[in-house]
Design a protein around this ligand. Structure first.
Ligand code: GCB
Length: 609
């Protein structure tokens, strides 16, 4: 569907910490209609979306969002949500019915909401994610639309919500389009539907819309940030951390904004070894909200990454948000535990959340587990860097991610892109994305997974590596993906040594390396697709990386095998990328043990703080 710019989200509300607000959960069984010809969405004659046609001229037979019932026995209505199939929300549709496994296109969801709205309250429909283009209708009225598959959005419905039964209809379309972010080609599965929780959130008429409460990196006794109210009003705001006996009064200006810069009493810093979180309460005369926040500093000094002013090494792993055993898109807190616990078993202190924003459950759990995170948006490979609509979608996804997780201690790196082809429009695109991050958050590291200059897919390995991407100087930490021994040459060619030529004053992270191995497939270490070959690649990679003086971390590709329609080698791939250190059955491959041992040793040289 081409984006319908006339009906973007209906408010610019942030609803910071949405998960801890007064809310009604709308998860459960929803009615579901698969609508590949977009019959319920647009007119069959001219393709105009029904919701843009004058109600008088609309064909009343097909406007699914009106949820019509035949009014007499001769009346014609060609849909019926009551008789339609039922589907679990949240959850991708692909795993819920075999016939929807590879479906990409338009679907309709519908459910009733029984509610008694309070006169002194406002109401927002909150979708934690739906992939990719979503149109939301309540009681037959359009309340807004959203573009983006992995970012939350909130739509105000106060004036439409009736006392009693309300009818919610949601049209979701996951068809891949050239102008989207990501676009047509990725290396992951295009799970469709309402993939994360849905809530009806209640707020007072004037509420605390947003806040940022972080330590000042340069002055770590100082709490810095702001509180922003939903309305442009002057008001007293109270910030409390009860465990510390801390209470501080702020006054918002006439824009409803109050800057924060206050000395903290003695407190314990959040760290990998002691992921201490404090209950933080913010209140006004009309609203109050509570969050759990950890206070730490993160910065770069020469080639070091400093957590609370102490050098750290990021013992990482990359992961997709997928449960391979089903397989399905992951979304819940239990799913987040499944993934992060596996990373802990590998002795990781760092996880790269590739290649799109993962559910908010992940950073919240990582906060509790003391795991550091890389967060990213799907500016991936060759998207349309010269199109302003594409930039707007990337910018909106990035803004939403940074706003959502800017109070999470675990989140330390914002990545604006992955493996993007170097040219002028792409570099200016990435620079503009970086400035979007720094407008919101100056307390974290900004980077992108770049390519090395010697990018080739030949069977002979180059011996010297450089990263002179023009976006590299913009990155606080230099991050590079490389597949030496897999896509370039073979692991035996690495024995002779590969040298990296890098800025000696910047930390370096290898954001990806790896090799495919079918779990349980054993053989000669030079036999491709075996666990032995993958292990050999890891052996050579780790030897090579240890020679790089500025190396401060790595996130090899990848924790689990993952589904991807790009990988079609029968008997080996069968629709899976096999670079997981754990198979799709969660069984460790040889390289899992090798990396784990390497990390255990690394932790002795670079102890966690
Ligand atoms: C990459 C991509 C990642 C792919 C991986 C691969 O460089 O960043 O998304 O899945 O390579 O396995 O080829």
């Amino acid at each position: 569907m081409p984006p319908n710019s006339s009906s973007m989200e209906n408010s610019d509300t942030i609803l910071q910490n949405a998960c801890n607000r007064t809310k009604t959960c709308l998860n459960g069984k929803w009615a579901f209609i698969v609508d590949p010809y977009e019959t319920g969405y647009r007119s069959h004659r001219n393709g105009i979306p029904h919701d843009q046609i004058d109600p008088e001229d609309r064909s009343r037979y097909y406007t699914y969002f009106q949820n019509r019932k035949p009014s007499h026995q001769a009346d014609m209505v060609e849909y019926d949500f009551e008789k339609a199939e039922k589907i679990d929300v949240p959850g991708d549709w692909n795993h819920q019915n075999l016939s929807w496994k590879l479906y990409e296109g338009c679907v309709w969801y519908s459910r009733k909401i029984e509610h008694t709205p309070k006169p002194q309250s406002r109401y927002f429909l909150r979708f934690d994610a739906a992939n990719y283009e979503t149109h939301v209708y309540l009681n037959g009225e359009k309340v807004g639309m959203h573009l983006g598959g992995f970012d939350p959005f909130s739509l105000e419905v106060t004036s439409i919500l009736n006392d009693g039964i309300n009818h919610l209809s949601v049209c979701v379309n996951n068809r891949r389009e050239p102008g989207q972010v990501p676009n047509m080609r990725t290396d992951w599965y295009n799970y469709g539907g309402i993939t994360r929780d849905v809530w009806l959130i209640e707020t007072p008429l004037q509420f605390i819309d947003d806040y940022q409460i972080q330590l000042d990196n340069e002055n770590p006794q100082q709490l810095k940030g702001f509180v922003k109210l939903s309305e442009s009003i002057s008001s007293e705001i109270i910030l409390e951390i009860p465990e510390l006996g801390f209470k501080h009064k702020l006054n918002s200006n006439s824009n409803g904004y109050a800057g924060l810069n206050v000395t903290m009493p003695d407190f314990q810093k959040w760290s990998i070894l002691n992921p201490k979180l404090y209950d933080v309460q913010i209140s006004t005369t009309s609203d109050s909200i509570s969050d759990r926040i950890g206070f730490r500093t993160i910065k770069v000094d020469g080639a070091d990454i400093l957590l609370n002013d102490q050098p750290i090494f990021l013992r990482g792993i990359s992961c997709h948000e997928e449960i391979p055993e089903t397989p399905r898109r992951a979304h819940s807190i239990e799913d987040a535990k499944y993934i992060l616990k596996a990373a802990k078993e590998l002795h990781c202190n760092f996880v790269r959340l590739a290649h799109y924003p993962h559910s908010e459950n992940v950073p919240r759990l990582a906060d509790e587990m003391g795991i550091l995170l890389w967060e990213e948006i799907p500016v991936y490979w060759g998207i349309q860097y010269d199109k302003s609509e594409t930039f707007d979608q990337a910018a909106s996804q990035l803004r939403t991610l940074v706003n959502r997780d800017k109070n999470r201690a675990s989140s330390i790196i914002w990545s604006v892109a992955n493996e993007t082809p170097v040219n002028e429009s792409r570099t200016s695109f990435l620079k503009r994305l970086k400035s979007i991050v720094t407008e919101i958050d100056t307390t974290r590291i900004v980077s992108a997974a770049l390519d090395r200059d010697e990018l080739d897919y030949s069977d002979k390995l180059k011996k010297e590596m450089h990263v002179s991407d023009p976006f590299a100087p913009e990155c606080d930490v230099l991050c590079c993906n490389e597949y030496l021994g897999w896509y370039s040459g073979t692991p035996d060619q690495m024995e002779a040594g590969v040298k990296w030529f890098l800025d000696p004053n910047k930390p370096f992270i290898i954001s990806e390396f790896g090799a495919d191995a079918l779990g349980g497939h054993r053989g000669d270490r030079m036999q491709r697709w075996t666990e032995d070959f993958q292990d050999y690649v890891y052996e050579q990679q780790l030897k090579m990386l240890d020679e790089i003086p500025t190396l401060r971390g790595m996130s090899p590709w990848i924790l689990f095998d993952f589904r991807t329609p790009r990988r079609n080698l029968a008997g080996i791939q069968d629709g899976w990328n096999r670079k997981g250190l754990l198979s799709d059955k969660r069984i460790p491959k040889l390289a899992f043990e090798r990396l784990k041992k390497y990390y255990q040793e690394k932790a002795k040289v670079f102890p966690d703080v």
